[in-house]
Design a protein around this ligand. Structure first.
Ligand SMILES: [Zn+2]
Length: 59
């Protein structure tokens, strides 16, 4: 899809589903996804030094 592997922070499934929005916040490229498995919506932040989701993954 876009060269990054993103996991849903709620169910842990790999996201192949819908990219809802994409924008830039400071140093980060932010993508908002909807998980096909559990329906959760979350933001994926990709910066020069780190990648993380909001909300953060459990465990
Ligand atoms: Zn999920």
């Amino acid at each position: 899809m876009m060269g990054v592997s993103v996991r849903c922070p709620v169910c842990g499934g790999e996201i192949r589903g819908r990219l809802l929005r994409e924008w830039v916040f400071r140093f980060y490229r932010v993508r908002r996804f909807e998980c096909e498995r559990c329906g959760a919506k979350f933001n994926f932040y990709e910066g020069p030094k780190s990648k993380f989701t909001i909300p953060k993954a459990r465990g």
